[in-house]
Design a protein. Structure first.
Length: 193
């Protein structure tokens, strides 16, 4: 009888590893879903029209992160997909490597599509927040924060903002808790185009 118990033991040794792996994946997916929420105290724009927001945008300013570090002439394009998601195409020029870099992802709304709170993914099941927190009534410029205030962008349909808008957006960002000293104004020159 003891021999049978020992023979069955190796079959069940993998269970703890499998359960730990499943728990780790569940935790990552849960954290990814939580990461898509707006930061505390940040309210995304209401009465949002994704059709008007779609199209080409110039990234005028950002808080730099490894996925964009060193890029100039950065742009974003948003297109509505048939399934209700939004195709996201980010593109920028790397002057050191003398090449264009592009990332393609998708976004979906977190809640109602009339509230500019979205989550975006470029890497499989992992999502980050994309919250439009200021928007021109004519959809000519926008300010966006991610899942936390270290992810920050100012976008425009053109390579410059109307007079006074830059200072108003920075004041709003500062009031939300964004460290505006970290904001990088992106070179929109023609190098490499």
């Amino acid at each position: 009888m003891p021999a049978r118990r020992n023979a069955a033991l190796p079959r069940h040794r993998g269970w703890p590893i499998a359960l730990a792996g499943a728990a780790a994946i569940a935790t990552l997916l849960t954290l990814s879903a939580c990461a898509a929420r707006p930061p505390a105290g940040v309210e995304p724009v209401g009465s949002f029209d994704v059709e008007r927001y779609a199209g080409h945008w110039v990234e005028l300013a950002r808080i730099d992160h490894r996925f964009e570090r060193g890029l100039i002439q950065t742009r974003a394009e948003y297109r509505r997909n048939a399934d209700g998601t939004i195709k996201v195409i980010n593109r920028g020029y790397d002057p050191k490597k003398k090449e264009w870099r592009e990332s393609v992802g998708k976004a979906r709304f977190v809640g109602e599509p009339t509230r500019a709170a979205l989550k975006v993914s470029f890497f499989g099941p992992f999502w980050g927040g994309y919250n439009v927190v200021a928007l021109d009534p004519n959809y000519q410029w926008a300010m966006v924060v991610g899942s936390d205030l270290d992810y920050f962008w100012i976008l425009s349909r053109t390579p410059s903002l109307p007079p006074g808008v830059r200072n108003r957006l920075l004041a709003k960002a500062r009031a939300m808790g964004v460290d505006v000293d970290k904001v990088l104004w992106v070179d929109q020159g023609k190098d490499g185009s």
